[in-house]
Design a protein around this ligand. Structure first.
Ligand code: FMN
Ligand code: MN
Length: 522
């Protein structure tokens, strides 16, 4: 498990305290409107230079310096509860949230987890024991009491008491983005969305838990719509209940251990528990308490928990919503959620995020995943040396991959592997380069793409599942994906003429010039 030291934070407010101490939090006391004003402030701050250790990490030489500062708005119009935003929105804050100096440390721990070296001698076996015990200790633990239930509202619970933000001007707007002009025959959504919550569900049969980050649109004091994509586990759980005509219990959790919102975004395989993974990241199991009105357990240290049921039949017209694609995702029908209780700690803080054109807070969540999941991706596709999801690609639009090419068409094999690896299946464009290219340097990748590609010989287009949010696909959730082989070509890959060497100065001359540089007076 490695000897790495964890600095785990027990809850959102203690993390905010640590950020404040580190000069990473600005408390805003001026009154702000949760409708659009907070979003515009957060967008500006996300796109400004990061405070503190702004030097980009080695794997992201060009974009590491963004992210500004985390914000807490203490005086939000219409609510007594402060809003925290951009809390995870820089490399330094993301590392702090995960309690590490670098994501590589975590990648190393994941590597050790998934590739246990089989102990051969008895002594080695005994040495392994504490490790296994620790792994067992990462599972969630149900406890009697939790601060998330210091205050309990049932009949009087209202979503409208929370400082729920509106992110973009057309969010939820009637007559925009495929949404009919509402005529009062069914409920109309507000423009307000819960954006930074973990959605807790259980499989109807197996009881398997899932936590996913899905946006929730507010329709009224006790009514909301759940925007989960058909490929995600929450939607799968719901299909299980719907098939039986039963309502599904669901909890919306805000805050808790800072590893929780991250784990909720992780592309874990369907049978891997986000709570176990969060416990692993946290260095100890997450404590859960039983909900008051539904059969569900939620993190004891959460700020706010919204309990309720998803109706098996009722749907609401959800959207439009300004999304991480940089466009509004169109309105569509999603299941209705009925609130039965809102519980919270005394003096809670409400966490939120906005998505839009990059860079924004989600970029750093994505980059943490890119690094932490490299060992897992390598397990599935061992040819992969490194990869990058460049900022402009907004997660699914582009992947740069580098391989040590050893046989013809290896790049095509790698593309197929990526298109079958979990949520990487959504990758709309894959560019494969040779080992000497820096996949984290867009110029370097695009240089080799421009130079090494013959567009008839080196391009593959396949059809398959695409991101639900991709508005360019001809059909909802399906379309074409492109793979571009920008590696040096070899025999067996079609017509290949003599391939020239890439320019490089000799080592001898380079070190001579280095040695003499001062002499030149340049
Ligand atoms: C800020 C943010 C917002 C997200 N919003 C949604 C959403 O509204 N619906 C959705 O299905 N996925 C959304 N996602 C992506 C999922 O959280 C992510 O794919 C996760 O791995 C899904 O988990 P699951 O496979 O357990 O369902 C969002 C991710 C982030 C970082
Ligand atoms: Mn899951």
């Amino acid at each position: 498990m490695g000897a790495q030291q964890h600095v785990a934070y027990s809850d959102l407010q203690s993390f905010l305290g640590a950020l404040e101490e580190a000069g990473q939090l600005r408390v805003v006391t001026a009154e702000v409107d949760p409708v659009l004003e907070i979003a515009e402030i957060a967008d500006r701050v996300s796109k400004s230079p990061a405070v503190g250790n702004a030097s980009p990490p080695e794997f992201d030489p060009h974009h590491g310096g963004y992210g500004g500062i985390a914000l807490r708005f203490d005086n939000v119009k219409g609510s007594a509860i402060p809003v925290a935003i951009n809390v995870f929105g820089s490399y330094q804050r993301m590392r702090m949230a995960l309690g590490v100096e670098s994501f590589a440390e975590l990648a190393q721990r994941v590597q050790e987890l998934v590739k246990p070296q089989m102990p051969t001698t008895l002594i080695e076996k005994m040495k392994k024991l504490p490790e296994l015990a620790r792994l067992a200790g990462f599972g969630p633990k149900v406890v009697k009491r939790g601060m998330c239930q210091q205050v309990i509202h049932t009949d009087g619970a209202s979503l409208l008491d929370l400082p729920i933000i509106q992110c973009w001007p057309h969010d939820g707007r009637s007559g925009y983005g495929g949404k009919p002009v509402m005529d009062g025959s069914e409920p109309d959504g507000t423009g307000r969305y819960i954006t930074f919550a973990g959605i807790y569900t259980k499989d109807r049969e197996s009881g398997e838990r899932n936590v996913g980050m899905y946006r929730v649109q507010v329709f009224g004091p006790k009514l909301a719509a759940m925007h989960w994509h058909i490929h995600h586990d929450g939607a799968r759980h719901f299909r299980g209940y719907r098939a039986k005509g039963e309502r599904m219990p669901l909890a919306i959790v805000l805050g808790g251990e800072p590893v929780l919102p991250y784990a909720a975004t992780c592309p874990l395989p369907p049978d891997v528990s986000e709570l176990l993974f969060a416990g692993f990241l946290n260095g100890g199991g997450i404590e859960l308490v039983s909900c008051r009105t539904i059969p569900m357990e939620v993190p004891a240290n959460a700020e706010i928990v919204i309990e309720g049921w998803i109706d098996p039949k009722e749907t609401l017209i959800e959207g439009p919503f300004g999304d991480h694609t940089g466009f509004y995702s169109l309105a569509d029908r999603y299941p209705a959620f009925h609130v039965t209780a809102i519980t919270h700690r005394e003096e809670p803080v409400y966490p939120a995020t906005i998505v839009g054109k990059p860079p924004q807070e989600d970029y750093y969540l994505g980059k943490a995943t890119e690094r932490i999941f490299l060992p897992l991706l390598k397990m599935l596709v061992p040819d992969i040396n490194d990869y990058s999801l460049p900022m402009f690609g907004a997660f699914h639009n582009c992947v740069f991959v580098k391989i040590r090419k050893e046989y013809p068409m290896q790049a095509r094999k790698v593309m197929s592997g990526i298109w079958s690896a979990g949520q990487m299946m959504f990758s709309k464009m894959i560019v494969v380069v040779d080992e000497h290219v820096n996949v984290h340097d867009e110029q370097d990748v695009l240089f080799h793409l421009g130079a090494n590609v013959d567009w008839r010989r080196d391009v593959t287009v396949v059809d398959g599942p695409c991101d639900i949010l991709d508005h360019a696909t001809p059909y909802y959730g399906t379309g074409a994906k492109i793979g571009i082989d920008a590696t040096r070509k070899m025999a067996g890959e079609g017509v290949v003429r003599e391939w020239p060497e890439e320019l490089e100065m000799s080592d001898e001359v380079r070190s001579l010039v280095e040695r003499r540089w001062k002499e030149y007076g340049i």
